[in-house]
Design a protein around this ligand. Structure first.
Ligand code: HEC
Length: 104
């Protein structure tokens, strides 16, 4: 009973502390650490030289992510991002790209 109670409490706490996401893409954007470099609104990157993503064409965003992940895109700054691209699969990239394109 005691164990059951603590599990129930944990579920309850997690349930309440996890924010409600507007979309799967937004959730992934935060969970996969994209937010750390590109900013919460996807247009306030931590470094001025990092790209703003909000409002960009979704197919373009998706293609850039695929190219960075595969190594097809590789310029001076790509290395910074390549390190996290193993965290997302194509379906997740698509969801993130679609969500980013809806931002103003
Ligand atoms: C460590 C910092 C960092 C993290 C974490 C990061 N990025 Fe990036 N991202 C960059 C940098 C720097 C570039 C520019 C790369 C280049 O110049 O090739 C970039 C480029 C991009 C681009 C291409 C933008 C364009 O205009 O061509 C997209 C899309 C993108 N990131 C999405 C994401 C997503 C989605 C995630 C999470 C899975 C993520 N990034 C995580 C730093 C980061």
């Amino acid at each position: 009973m005691k164990a059951f109670n603590s599990i129930a409490t944990t579920v309850l706490i997690l349930g309440f502390s996890s924010p409600t996401w507007a979309s799967e893409g937004e959730k992934l954007y935060v969970q996969k650490t994209c937010v750390a470099c590109h900013g919460k609104d996807a247009k306030s990157p931590i470094l001025p030289s990092y790209p703003k993503l909000a409002g960009q064409n979704p197919d373009y965003l998706f293609q850039q992510m695929k190219d960075i992940q595969s190594g097809a895109r590789d310029n001076g700054q790509t290395a910074a991002m390549k390190g996290v691209m193993h965290l997302v699969n194509e379906k997740e990239m698509r969801a993130i790209a679609d969500w980013l394109s809806t931002l103003k």
